[in-house]
Design a protein. Structure first.
Lengths: 355, 298
């Protein structure tokens, strides 16, 4: 009803290769840019902007994990460890060499990618459950090494404090500035991922995920592309870690424990494996879920609960709701929020007719 | 170094602890063997069993110990049957990431549910076992360790016998091999799935009682589940004898590493060393010491 796709002809190769081929998708992208870059900073309070900043950081991490798990089909339970590698790389470069932000950001990503490549080497021989457990081991080993090397982790507390980022002399110390900056990075990550998936590399990932033996036979070097997947995904994770570090002003291994890895896996499962929109929706959902639960419990739960009991109940409720949502989505809608959105869109595409 | 007596004593402790890890890992192996599902919530099963039993036996509910143990057993059996029905059965045939994530979700639910219903304060779980250490030559153990090791060996041998010699055990191995073929041969596959989860529940309940009475019962008890992976990778994911050997090796490595390396690096080797050993094993023999070798080349 709202829009028909008919009448859109691709008459040359340039048209055929565009990312946003349909006018409606260009319109949607423009609307999103307007919403997040203009409307949100003008209309939202500082607290809401900090929440959106956290979502923007999570979007980068979720996209990276989705490249590895959703597109290349290699399971990783140790993604937070790569984030900690990026975080500590950046923190050390800032405190010891006093490098500017524009250099620490890629440096953190590259360092994480290097570690990710090493962790990815076993994926040549093992897959499925074995790879999952190997990445779990990587999580513990990286965490332990960072925690036990004072030269990396900066002493007893294993945390390094750093200043807010400065870009070309412009210091981002307002919530709005930081938000705009983080959203820009998230937007860059989204566009990069879209183009990566359309490219030769992205199609090779999908081929390996769907049938690795067939992929090898049609001439895709499975080992090479599995390593690419680990490297690219870890680069995103490293960047996420750097962003967290600048956002919180401190690099601490406690922000990158196994629980965080599981949170990110939950994002891409609930959002939708192998989908970019899914990663974004999942990042929104999982980041805002604890806040939603807290608001709900403070307003509804305080009617029949003591204030002291409320605090512990909230953290337990969070675990229960989180776990239940993962299981419900896995059983009822394995393709996640992305599929729900597609269903809604397809319904309205032909509305009011049934087909 | 002249530390031989110290090393021997550590080794004794390590073996005793290792056998108790075997008991927890046994639950994982039973489920994997029969249903091909990977259970990341084994530690949380142990935790919830410990919490339920300790809460029932505490003054708040005032059950006698035997009744609390029995109630814990019944709870775990019913819980696991329900779990298999509601969560795991719809996921049969799905990619491995789905099953792993479902059990991770389950672990989160249990970690929230246990403290919410029974309170989050740590509890003791006193078994009628004396406290005085038992001395065997150079080794000395606390009696609960001996009981734990004894129960573990008993159950490991029992399940080994069950899988090799009984009709049900053979049927379960057939189910693990191929759901379709065993179904065609007249084996009720769904019944054996439920049976595997029940057995895993019973083992988790024992683990909860033993670990709980050794280290107290709270959500920290779930951390014992993290030792399951090194044990099963070392021994082989589907091997009962592998669980025993893997458990003993991991217990030994853990005790010796924490005794000899900890003073130099400032602690934490206990949780780290088993995973290093596991990575090495994954590189050399991913299917473990006794696991079934699946050959697939690409």
């Amino acid at each position: 009803m709202f829009y028909r796709e008919s009448g859109e002809y691709k008459t040359d190769y340039k048209r055929d290769m565009t990312v946003y081929a349909l006018p409606i998708s260009r319109f949607a992208v423009g609307l999103m840019v307007l919403l997040f870059f203009v409307a949100a900073p003008l209309l939202m309070s500082e607290y809401q902007l900090t929440l959106l900043s956290l979502v923007a950081i999570a979007v980068v991490g979720a996209l990276g994990l989705n490249i590895l798990v959703g597109y290349a089909g290699q399971l990783s339970i140790g993604h937070a460890a790569f984030m900690s590698v990026g975080a500590y790389t950046a923190a050390n470069l800032v405190t010891k060499l006093d490098l500017p932000f524009l250099m620490t950001l890629p440096a953190g990503g590259i360092m994480a990618a290097a570690i990710g490549l090493i962790v990815g080497i076993p994926s040549l021989r093992i897959k499925g459950i074995y790879l999952a457990i190997a990445t779990l081991a990587a999580q513990f080993i990286i965490e332990w090494i960072i925690n036990h090397s004072p030269s990396i982790s900066g002493g007893v507390q294993a945390s390094i404090e750093i200043d807010r980022p400065t870009i070309l002399g412009w210091k981002l110390d307002q919530a709005v500035e930081l938000y705009l900056f983080l959203v820009t990075i998230a937007a860059i990550a989204i566009v990069c991922t879209q183009n990566l998936i359309r490219s030769r590399i992205g199609r090779a990932f999908i081929a390996i995920r769907d049938q690795d033996i067939a992929a090898e036979i049609i001439g895709i070097s499975v080992f090479k592309y599995k390593l690419y997947a680990f490297g690219i995904s870890s680069f995103y994770a490293g960047v996420t870690g750097v962003l967290y570090t600048y956002y919180l002003g401190i690099a601490s291994y406690e922000q990158f424990t196994l629980v965080v890895s599981i949170d990110y896996l939950a994002m891409i499962i609930i959002g939708g494996l192998g989908s970019i929109l899914g990663s974004i929706l999942g990042a929104f959902f999982i980041t805002l879920l604890p806040i939603g639960i807290r608001l709900f419990m403070e307003n509804i739960g305080s009617l029949f609960l003591e204030p002291e009991a409320l605090a512990s109940i909230i953290s337990q409720m969070r675990l229960i709701v989180f776990g239940s949502l993962i299981i419900i989505f896995l059983i009822m809608e394995p393709e996640g929020l992305n599929r729900l959105w597609i269903n809604i869109r397809n319904y309205f595409r032909v509305w009011p007719f049934s087909y | 170094m002249g530390d031989l007596p110290f090393a021997i004593e550590l080794a004794g402790q390590g073996v005793a602890n290792g056998l108790m890890y075997s008991l927890v890992a046994l639950g994982f192996v039973l489920i994997y063997k029969a249903t091909d599902a990977i259970n990341f919530a084994q530690g949380e099963f142990v935790m919830i069993a410990g919490i339920v039993i300790a809460a029932l036996a505490s003054d708040a509910y005032g059950f006698p110990l035997w009744l609390a143990l029995f109630a814990g057993l019944v709870f775990m059996i019913l819980f696991n049957i329900g779990l298999e029905r509601v969560v795991l059965r719809p996921l049969i045939g799905r990619p491995i990431v789905s099953i792993i994530m479902a059990t991770i979700g389950l672990a989160a639910i249990l970690r929230g549910f246990g403290p919410m219903v029974f309170g989050s304060a740590p509890r003791g779980l006193a078994l009628p076992i004396p406290d005085a250490p038992v001395i065997f030559g150079p080794f000395f153990f606390s009696p609960i360790q001996l009981v734990g090791a004894g129960v573990s060996i008993l159950f490991l041998l029992g399940f080994g016998w069950f899988f090799l010699k009984t009709r049900k055990g053979v049927a379960m191995r057939a189910v693990a091999d191929s759901h379709q073929v065993s179904s065609a041969m007249g084996i009720n596959v769904e019944k054996y799935f439920a049976l595997a989860w029940v057995m895993a529940g019973v083992v988790a309940m024992l683990g909860g009682v033993l670990w709980g009475s050794m280290s107290g019962v709270d959500t920290q008890l779930a951390l014992v589940g993290l030792k399951v992976f090194p044990v099963v990778i070392l021994g082989g994911l589907d091997s009962i004898i592998g669980v025993i050997v893997g458990g003993i090796i991991i217990g030994l490595v853990e005790a010796l590493a924490s005794g000899f390396i900890d003073p130099y690096v400032g602690g934490g080797t206990k949780d780290f060393a088993p995973y290093v050993l596991m990575i090495v094993m994954l590189m050399i023999r991913p299917y473990g010491l006794f696991g079934r070798k699946l050959i697939e080349r690409i």
